[in-house]
Design a protein around this ligand. Sequence first.
Ligand code: SF4
Length: 351
Amino acid sequence: MLLEKEKKPFAAVFTSTLLDWYEKNGRSLPWRGIADPYPIWLSEVILQQTRIQQGWSYWERFMHRWPTVEQLAAASEDEVLRLWQGLGYYSRARHMHQAARQIVTLGGFPSDYAAIRSLKGVGDYTAAAIASFAFGEPVAVVDGNVYRVLSRVFGIDVPINGTEGKKTFTALANQLIAMDKPASFNQAMMDFGAVQCTSKSPHCESCPMLEMCEAYHTGRVEALPVKLRKTTVKTRYFSYVLVRCAGWIAVRRRPSGDIWQGLWEPFLIETPSKADVENVIRQFEVVGRLTLLKENVRHVLTHRIILADFYLLEALSRPSLPDDYVWVDELSYDEYAKPRLIELLMETLNG
Ligand code: SF4
């Protein structure tokens, strides 16, 4: 839904009201008001699935460890994953690291939307953020905040998580953007959604958009934006067995094509329902003692729930394990990048 001609003045009022609000209420963040694309990019990647409060300290740690994109590119993937640990969605870190190497090969950070968008792992949103914040290109960012604000103020009920919704809201945001202040406009949209027009209990009574807000006047604030029903959540059953022998433990790097690619985990038995671990271990003909540490640990990911059991197997001699497992010193395992679920296992073990 593009703006109709007669609505143009409405658009101008929306944009100027938003910019006025931003001047008084905009959030002060360390990666704002700077022209260096690297810290901006880093903040956008970190904040994609993470709240600002948590992401901020990670951003500082990354900037401290690798102050330039060249230094990030020179790091190993393991180092990057290790520093990322706790943020989840590890493909973000891997892609960012690969993109850093692409940037170095290109001879510097690309400076327009299309070229930035072609970097590994960089989607429409991040490319628009970098292009507008660092290079002043008038291209609108469209994230959850933007969907919410536009759907409410303009009363649009096209589902935001469908193809048509994405097109509709992107086109509208690009019509509204202040051509002379694209960075401020984009930041204002994000802040307005995060601070004023929040998803739960928006602050309508103090809102400068109140007069023009379609959702408010039609009693649809809670009903907008509209979302299509979520895809079904799949349950996976993981039994982790920490196989330990004389201070060494068996671990493997998770393969590609599944969650947690590249992270390190102990011996895993995945089964369609809860596993009979004792029976599985018997097949390895291990001499040792098997102890259940914790069971039915529920770990929720996007579109998946993992139900996990944790075991310790104290072996008297090293059993032969599948080829992708290696023995590592148990003390050094702390330095390996691992999923949050495995951190829980280690905490249970040492707890
Ligand atoms: S009036 Fe309420 S729903 Fe409308 S833009 Fe303002 S905060 Fe959001």
